[in-house]
Design a protein. Structure first.
Length: 473
């Protein structure tokens, strides 16, 4: 279990799962001179790279091009036609999906090359805890048992399904199966109005599908800023996406040439394809967790503290299998923190207040820190300002009519504690507000930083300026 190299004691680290939580942990452990083995049946990157983040955002990037092409008439640009009424642009979904699969594999290959260059052993197979210090492996090289000083579980999650409606990969689909389609769905029913459902509804509408979004709640994106969700609802209405609010899907079944989705209230919705976007469930079965003394909650998520420790000494967990926050960036940070802590390096506990996240709809929604809900419910005291994007000069140039910038600050100290950006590339624009939240900048410090004119980021500085309180006030 312990080895000596060049008079240095080497710790054995075994990581089960090669997604962002796993491979980032492996790189940190190798940097700290541990002997690292990572176990996963697929290539490195996990669902984030192979079937989730990288593929879906590549699809969104293609859809963004088509979305922009749809407004070029206002800018005087004609595509595939002679006048505004017959300007057309289309998509070859087989080519799009082949490129998506190729890019995802290339990203996985790049990660594997890095792991190998750092001396990290990758076993293609399944790992299972025998104890906090031993992992059984069943894989391409046969069955074996690995001794470990430190174990990290980073097995991720998988799509939640409708009971009695198994996906077939042809008409009834999860988000992992969309990339095998060769023809654009004529009428796509998206079941679920959370982040995944809204992103795919937005993307496929832009690609040319007729989209019906089935929402069990009273609005789309119920977990996001209400004002931001309202923008997306307006855009959906403008573009012809049908949103069925307060409608819970009970089952999905195939017909001769399509699908029917049965709703709880007796109604049915017909389409050519259905996408199940009902959230996810953790991959924590058959891992030997109970045998090793690793506690899970009533939903099956591994319970961890802010340095990624589980209830079993020497066993850590990271990523979607923990249910902390289902973001690749959070999974990666959990994995790094686990190794820094386990191997005795300097470490700070996970701090979710400065985590930024993005919904990749068109336009994007990016958020960080304090939320409007927390302010409205009295959990957080804050002043705020919201600036419509339509007043921004750069937005006018690009014919951007939907979106805004919102900034929250402390009433007395004026420290920035949160923000929302709804705009194209909001995922990039939010970084300024994330830095402000993380470093506790005041609105005056944020406002006094130069921005380019004209630029969308100028609205962030302008919002901060409007939150200034004079010394005489």
């Amino acid at each position: 279990m312990w080895a000596v190299r060049h008079n240095v004691t080497v710790t054995s680290v075994v990581i089960v799962g090669a997604g962002p939580g796993g491979y980032e942990a492996a790189l940190v452990a190798a940097q700290l001179e541990a002997q690292v083995t990572i176990i996963d049946p697929r290539g490195p990157g996990g669902s984030a790279v192979l079937t989730d983040c990288v593929p879906s955002k590549t699809l969104v990037a293609t859809a963004d091009v088509l979305s922009f092409a749809g407004v070029t008439g206002e800018l005087g640009i004609r595509i595939g036609g002679e006048g505004p009424s017959d300007a057309t642009v289309g998509v070859d979904l087989a080519v799009v999906n082949e490129r998506i699969r190729r890019l995802a594999q290339a990203q996985s290959d790049d990660i594997e090359s890095r792991l190998l260059a750092e001396g990290i052993r990758h076993i293609r197979g399944h790992g299972r805890l025998l104890s906090p210090q031993a992992v059984a492996v069943s894989g391409d090289d046969g069955d074996q048992e690995l001794a470990a000083d430190v174990v990290l579980i980073a097995t991720g999650a998988r799509p939640r399904l409708l009971a009695d409606s198994p996906p077939d990969g042809e008409r009834i689909l999860t988000w992992q199966q969309l990339y095998d389609l060769t023809e654009l769905p004529e009428r796509l029913i998206v079941v679920g109005s959370g982040v995944t459902g809204a992103e795919f509804a937005s993307a496929y509408e832009a690609l040319g599908s007729q989209v019906v979004l089935v929402s069990s709640r009273d609005r789309v994106l119920p977990g996001e800023d209400r004002d931001a969700a309202g923008v997306i609802e307006d855009v959906f209405a403008e573009r012809g996406v049908t949103v069925l609010e307060k409608s819970r899907a009970r089952a999905a079944r195939r017909t001769a040439d399509g699908v029917i989705v049965d709703l709880d209230d007796g109604r049915t919705v017909e389409g050519t394809h259905v996408l199940l976007a009902l959230g996810s469930v953790p991959n924590t079965e058959d891992l030997g967790l109970a045998q090793a003394g690793v506690a899970v909650d009533d939903r099956g998520y591994i319970q961890v503290d802010r340095v990624s420790r589980t209830s079993a000494r020497g066993v850590y967990a990271a990523g979607d299998c923990t249910g902390v926050l289902p973001l690749a960036s959070v999974a990666a940070m959990q994995g790094r923190i686990a190794m820094w802590h386990a191997l005795g390096d300097a470490v700070a506990p996970l701090e979710l207040a400065s985590v930024s996240s993005t919904v990749f709809t068109t336009p994007e929604i990016a958020t960080v820190g304090a939320t409007q809900r927390q302010v409205d419910e009295g959990e957080v005291r804050a002043d705020s300002i919201t600036l419509p994007l339509a007043t921004n000069a750069r937005a006018k140039m690009q014919d951007l009519r939907h979106g805004f910038v919102k900034v929250f600050c402390r009433p007395t100290s004026r420290i920035v504690i949160g923000g929302v950006v709804v705009a194209p590339r909001a995922s990039e624009l939010i970084h300024a507000l994330t830095l402000a939240v993380d470093t506790r900048l005041t609105v005056d410090q944020l406002a006094s930083t130069f921005t380019v004119y004209p630029s969308l980021s100028g609205s962030i500085a302008e919002a901060a300026r409007r939150l200034h309180i004079s010394a005489e006030a």
